[in-house]
Design a protein around this ligand. Structure first.
Ligand SMILES: Nc1ncnc2c1ncn2[C@@H]1O[C@H](COP(=O)(O)OP(=O)(O)O)[C@@H](O)[C@H]1O
Ligand SMILES: O=c1ccn([C@@H]2O[C@H](COP(=O)(O)OP(=O)(O)O)[C@@H](O)[C@H]2O)c(=O)[nH]1
Ligand SMILES: [Mg+2]
Length: 244
């Protein structure tokens, strides 16, 4: 075990982030990178016989979740599942829940947990990959509990992009993707929902030693250099010790 930690710290040092910093940031390596605990539900979502490595990516609207996920995908080969994109896809399909989802998003509120978790589950099951970034979910305690109940597995790690409110508002209002919720009134509501419902989830994972808080200010490149060591450490363990 000691030899493993020593090797891991070498990787982290070469990535400009110390093991101590990661520990201070709340990462419990033994727990975060372990794939030992299995439940029947967990096996069900992994027909390939491998327990997927799941990272939740959290942060307020405009904190840079989607942008950094794209970089992680490019560098580390994860599959990016944006809960917001899955929901917007349902709207575009005019599916059974499409109108309800659209109204909920317009109001900046949270779509019922079963709907979102079903979409996430289906996306995981239909992927050949075994490492996922689940972006923008869970947004409330009820989301989190429903996910755990249906999927049967907690995330391995949770990234939290910490960004000042003014910066998030500025970014959202200049995002220019034609989203129905990128207007000042909806953004105000989304920020309220973030503070009252999403922050408790973030605190929950901090207490469990799974949270990695990343400073979400600076350029995209600067932020990615804060993210990179987390996945470099994961890749090292996965390569040398066979842990997913
Ligand atoms: N570090 C950054 N500095 C300035 N703008 C950024 C940065 N990261 C992302 N953006 C821009 O801010 C907007 C919101 O980013 P996005 O990744 O969609 O955030 P989120 O998914 O958290 O809402 C996008 O237009 C994106 O291009
Ligand atoms: O798990 C989720 C994810 C998103 N949303 C809804 O979809 C909107 C947009 O989410 P997205 O993650 O795309 O927004 P971002 O934070 O990236 O700006 C949110 O405000 C919610 O209304 C939801 O209800 N549940
Ligand atoms: Mg996003």
């Amino acid at each position: 075990m000691w030899r493993r930690v020593t090797s891991l710290s070498t990787v982290i040092r070469s990535s400009n982030l110390s093991l101590l910093n990661l520990r201070q940031a709340g990462v419990n390596f033994r727990e975060a990178f372990s794939s030992n605990v299995q439940t029947p539900a967990e096996v069900r979502i992994s027909p390939k016989g491998k327990t997927p490595f799941i990272t939740f990516v959290l942060g307020g609207p405009g904190s840079g979740k989607g942008t950094q996920c794209a970089r992680i995908v490019e560098t580390f080969g994860f599959t990016h599942l944006s809960a917001g994109d899955l929901l917007r896809h349902e709207i575009s399909l005019n599916s059974e829940n499409g109108a309800m989802i659209l109204n909920t998003i317009k109001e900046g509120k949270i779509v019922p947990s079963e709907v979102t978790v079903k979409l996430i589950k289906r996306a995981i099951e239909s992927s050949v990959n075994d490492k996922f970034l689940i972006d923008g979910f869970p947004r409330c305690e009820e989301n989190r509990m429903t996910y755990e109940c249906i999927i049967g597995k907690e995330p391995n790690i949770v990234l939290f992009f910490d960004c000042p409110q003014e910066e998030m508002v500025k970014r959202v209002l200049s995002r220019n993707q034609g989203r129905v919720d990128d207007n000042i009134d909806t953004v105000k509501e989304r920020l309220k929902v973030f503070k009252t419902l999403n922050l408790p989830v973030i605190n929950y994972y901090a207490e469990k030693g799974k949270l990695l808080k990343i400073n979400g200010t600076g350029t995209e490149d600067e932020i990615f250099e804060r993210v990179r060591p987390v996945f470099a450490a994961w890749r090292y363990r996965s390569k040398h010790f066979g842990l997913v």
